[in-house]
Ligand binder design. Structure first.
Ligand code: NCD
Length: 294
């Protein structure tokens, strides 16, 4: 495995996380037009649907002057039974210099130990989503200038969320506090559970998640209206948040299910900031993958 790969947040020390955030902030201001020293050839291998992660990686790659190819799983030899390892090894062999991979399988990258080009994990099953975590961290940092004692509340289908798992672990490492809320059977770390009505008043940042139906069989026996009333961010709950507190969501959003549609673009929402930050973060990750300096 290339040491510049980022497969889980544990591949990055706290110093490296801060250096990626600083680079991302430079991309948002002084280094907007900075490009890699060579036009690197990059392949995006998405074995699962994606809008923001996929196309913000593409945007970051183009802005850095890379040559970019999107792998289409449906029309590839994976349909003929080829393994993930053989597919990825092929991309390395035919000249791709970095690979962005999203796959439904937890820790799919364990099979890719022998690959020597950098791999950036764009999400594996229910476990890790490092680029999303970094863009979430950037959004929190821009707001509060620190992670020390920042109270992050994550609400929804925690159990199946790689976004939640990466954020819980990393926010704790950075000195923040995390609580989880939502339907109790979907909260896997019971020690962190806090009922939503108490939690919205506690938090500095409220991160809402959708129910990831495609990742499990559990059905919620309730209507959208009931879900919003029981576990969602309603206007009434948002009004009880601290004045400085922000609303986050990795998206895709199911409007009026986990969050009242009117809150998506309200003053406290940073949801579209997160998306913008996603491009800066992915540029910073690619800069690090090729070990380049400004
Ligand atoms: C998330 C994901 O794919 O895990 N989306 C994203 O990358 N922005 C969250 C989700 O699917 O709900």
């Amino acid at each position: 495995m290339n040491q510049r790969s980022v497969l889980t947040m544990n591949y990055l020390s706290v110093d490296e996380i801060m250096s990626i955030l600083n680079d991302a902030m430079s991309f948002s201001s002084s280094h907007q037009d900075w490009q890699l020293s060579k036009p690197r050839l990059i392949a995006n291998l998405f074995f699962e649907p994606s809008t923001r992660t996929h196309y913000s990686f593409v945007s970051a790659e183009h802005q850095l002057g890379c040559k970019v190819v999107d792998f289409i799983a449906e029309s590839s030899s994976t349909q003929k039974g080829e393994s993930l390892y053989d597919t990825v090894k092929t991309f390395e062999t035919i000249g791709y210099e970095a690979l962005i991979i999203r796959h439904t399988e937890n820790s799919y990258f364990d099979q890719l130990e022998n690959i020597s080009v950098p791999i950036l994990n764009a999400g594996d099953g229910c476990e890790n989503h490092p680029s999303q975590c970094l863009l979430d961290l950037l959004t929190i940092y821009q707001e509060f200038n620190t992670f020390e004692n920042i109270k992050l509340l994550i609400v929804g289908d925690i159990k199946h969320s790689r976004v939640a798992h990466s954020n819980v672990e990393t926010m704790k490492r950075l000195g923040g506090e995390v609580r989880l809320s939502g339907p109790e059977f979907l909260v896997d770390d019971k020690d962190l559970y806090m009922p939503i009505d108490e939690a919205v008043e506690w938090a500095d940042a409220v991160m809402m998640l959708r129910i990831q139906h495609e990742r499990h069989e559990d059905t919620l026996m309730m209507s959208k209206e009931e879900y919003l009333a029981n576990y969602g961010l309603t206007k009434e709950r948002a009004a009880r948040m601290k004045d400085h507190a922000i609303i986050m969501h990795p998206a895709p959003i199911n409007r009026d299910v986990e969050i009242d549609s009117d809150l998506v673009e309200c003053k406290q929402s940073r949801i579209f900031e997160q998306m913008k930050n996603g491009v800066y973060i992915r540029k910073a990750m690619l800069k690090r993958a090729f070990d380049e300096k400004f």
